[in-house]
Design a binder for this molecule. Structure first.
Ligand code: MN
Length: 131
């Protein structure tokens, strides 16, 4: 079922709009943050069901922000999917080490994005999830 809240953290305005439009078209409630600091503040104000996290952000980068969210017991269970630049080798590994639950390479495949999001939301909602 759609309707879940997804926080999109992305400093590139075009990517932010693109991803937000796709998610809204699929029935999700979208929240937006354009910096790491804004992301941390938004998560504290409203715990989302999933976070799409750009890694390269001004100020606090996406890995640092992921660490902050995963270190907080109230938000540790929120799935975080890293958005990694295709050219950055090793980004996937770094994202996993930082606590990201998955990653999507840029440029974002807009056709498979909704399915990927759904998969992570369903996994998070599944009762077989570690408690
Ligand atoms: Mn960026």
């Amino acid at each position: 079922m759609a309707g879940e809240t997804i926080l999109v953290v992305e400093d590139n305005p075009l990517n932010l709009e693109l991803v937000s439009d796709i998610l809204e078209a699929h029935g999700y409630q979208v929240r937006q943050a354009v910096s790491g600091k804004e992301a941390v503040q938004d998560v504290e104000a409203h715990i989302p069901d999933l976070i799409l996290m750009d890694i390269q952000l001004p100020g606090l980068d996406g890995l640092t922000v992921t660490g902050i969210i995963k270190d907080n017991a109230e938000t540790a269970a929120v799935p975080i999917i890293a958005l990694t630049a295709h050219a950055m080798r090793g980004d996937e590994e770094k994202a996993r080490e930082a606590g990201c639950d998955g990653y999507i390479s840029k440029p974002i495949d807009t056709r498979s994005l909704p399915e990927t999001i759904r998969k992570f939301l369903d996994a998070a909602e599944s009762p077989s999830k570690e408690s």
